[in-house]
Design a protein around this ligand. Structure first.
Ligand SMILES: [Zn+2]
Length: 321
């Protein structure tokens, strides 16, 4: 039974993605829908139920759900999802079980993405592995000695909120100076908007075409050789390296995999990142492999399924309560 298919769910702020996945990590069937934000919690749980029904197989044994917020894994309770209104103290695992008859397990969204990359993607076979998503914010998860690090109440990995500077814009957490506040896609977009105002004749400004500049527009302009965009990516690389040096000293991954929109520009920044890290690492230590996510948007789906499989094995091994 434990080797039957598993359902992975990636609940994002805008997209809900559901897939049936076999034990080898093959996606057997998948569905996606825009999150019914206006409909609220009940509507979104109804969407999950419908998408599970659409993809489930006769041998489906368990559902894994990546949660972009705080949760209580023991009680299957979503405590808070900052990106979605109303998700406070929601017994999501129990709701899914009642509606589908399948047990459900919750896990942090960055941790499931890390599990997906570690088991089936760019982190495969690496005992000491870091996954970082650089998008609206910065999320992270660490595998140390072949074990995902969760820490007390699951907080381990929230490196986006480690303090890295004295001055920054206010972070999503309400404080200043976080890594996320200076190196996320949001921070890059903010710097890009300022650069467009200062350099209205630049290729970057032309690419933005009057709309607010984004990290994607910076990357495109940089590939066209725009010096303003290249300079923005130089600053982004410096901030990424500053945080990655801290990550290296704390967890010492052999390989670091970067996901999220900003990782699309990794090839343009990698030389600067590596050089800056080399200057700051303790003598005698090497810069790790740094690679872009291989599974991209599927990392969370596959990882949620990996977590669900693991949980099923743990439950089967434990003595009956
Ligand atoms: Zn913060």
């Amino acid at each position: 039974m434990a080797d039957g298919s598993t359902i992975g769910i990636d609940l994002g702020g805008t997209q809900l993605r559901v897939a049936a996945i076999d034990a080898a990590g093959r996606i057997l069937d998948r569905r996606a829908a825009p999150v019914d934000r206006a409909g609220g919690v009940r509507a979104v749980i109804g969407q999950m139920e419908a998408l599970i029904a659409a993809v489930r197989r006769p041998d489906t044994a368990v559902v894994g759900i990546g949660v972009p917020g705080a949760f209580d894994p023991g009680r299957g309770l979503v405590l808070d999802i900052p990106a979605l209104a109303g998700w406070t103290a929601i017994p999501l695992a129990a709701e899914i079980e009642v509606r589908t008859g399948l047990p459900a397990v919750l896990e942090n969204d960055a941790k499931v993405a890390a599990l997906g990359e570690w088991r089936f993607g760019a982190g495969r076979g690496i005992a000491d592995f870091a996954y970082l998503t650089i998008s609206t914010g910065i999320g992270g998860a660490f595998v140390v000695g072949n074990r995902l690090v969760r820490g007390y109440r699951g907080l381990a990995g929230e490196v986006g909120h480690t303090r890295i500077t004295d001055r920054s814009a206010t972070c999503s957490c309400g404080h200043e100076g976080c890594w996320e506040a200076v190196a996320s896609g949001t921070a890059l977009a903010r710097a890009a908007r300022t650069a467009v105002e200062r350099h209205p004749a630049s290729q970057l400004a032309a690419s933005a075409a009057g709309a607010p500049a984004t990290g994607e527009i910076v990357t495109r302009a940089a590939r066209e050789g725009c010096p303003v965009a290249l300079s923005l990516l130089g600053e982004e690389a410096a901030w990424l390296a500053a945080g990655l040096v801290n990550v290296q000293h704390a967890f010492a991954p052999e390989r670091v995999v970067l996901g999220g929109g900003v990782s699309n520009a990794l090839d343009l920044m990698l030389g600067d990142i590596r050089a800056a890290m080399r200057r700051r690492l303790l003598p005698g230590h090497e810069v790790p492999d740094i690679a872009a996510s291989r599974l991209r948007d599927d990392a969370g789906l596959l990882g949620a399924a990996v977590r669900a499989q693991e949980w099923l094995h743990e439950t089967e091994r434990s003595p009956v309560a």
